[in-house]
Design a protein around this ligand. Structure first.
Ligand code: 13P
Length: 255
């Protein structure tokens, strides 16, 4: 019932793949395959240097462009970082924040995820906020606690009004790039827990309106089942988003 209130979002996370020329080619290949599939939002989160080219290639299509990270300062002495207004001007509408690869390899913490989230929202970006437990945490039976805490800290200071521009992506770390997808039951269980956390932080109306994606080895074969669940409103897709055919099948599954 409530699911129909939410417009699914199918987002590709290209990670560190695709040069600008390859980005252009892939979008040209993908665009006709997803043409007219307008029952969901389609987003490609691309490397920084691909944003402008991707935006141009996606002009006149139903594909939107996003980035994969943003710094929390507006500008300044932060060598190697990128600010929200730079992303917006280059053509990004969305940004992934708190991906587990950034948490694991680049020292991202719940606190910096929160700072980046607020800066992105203030800068006019829609945020795809990633949370998810490690395999060891799942085995310890603390998935709900971990994911709840990540969600609560990330959303500190985010208003109910700003929640309209927040998408939560539940990505169990053990399912990312491993080919080991969470079962639809496992994914649904945690997405429902996240929705409960949002209801507690805000209210039922905000919780019912928030898009919650699943990510972690989602592919052309398993997308339809995952997306059929009540609390799974879309996908954040890594590997399969690099193949236009596979990604377009996932888009179709959300239509
Ligand atoms: P895979 O789809 O390659 O498992 O990656 C998922 C992911 O991390 C998306 O952000």
């Amino acid at each position: 019932m409530n699911k129909t209130l939410r417009r699914p979002v199918i987002a590709g996370n290209w990670k560190m793949n695709m040069t600008p020329s390859k980005a252009k080619a892939l979008i040209s290949e993908l665009a006709p395959k997803v043409e007219g599939k307008n029952e969901c939002d389609i987003v490609l989160c691309v490397p920084f240097v691909d944003i402008a080219v991707a935006k141009e290639a996606a002009e006149g299509t139903n594909i939107k462009i996003g980035a994969q990270n943003v710094h929390f300062a507006k500008s300044g002495a932060y060598t190697g970082e990128i600010a929200a207004d730079m992303l917006v001007e280059a053509g990004a509408e969305y940004v992934v924040i708190g991906h587990s690869e950034r948490r694991q390899y680049f020292g991202e913490t719940d606190e910096t995820v929160n700072l980046r989230t607020k800066a992105a929202l203030e800068g006019g970006l829609k945020v795809i906020l990633c949370v998810g437990e490690l395999l060891s945490q799942r085995e310890q039976g603390i998935t709900a606690e971990i994911v709840s805490l990540q969600t609560k800290i990330a959303l500190q200071g985010v208003t109910a009004e700003q929640m309209k521009n927040i998408i939560i992506a539940y990505e169990p770390v053990w399912a990312i790039g491993t080919g080991k997808t969470a079962t639809a039951d496992q994914a649904e269980e945690v997405c429902a827990i996240i929705r409960g956390v949002i209801a507690g932080l805000y209210d039922d109306a905000v919780a019912k309106a928030t898009v919650i994606q699943y990510g972690g080895s989602m592919n052309a074969a398993n997308a339809a089942e995952l997306l059929s669940r009540e609390d799974i409103d879309g996908g954040l897709i890594g590997g399969a988003s690099l193949k236009s055919e596979d990604f377009s099948i996932i888009v179709s599954a959300a239509n």
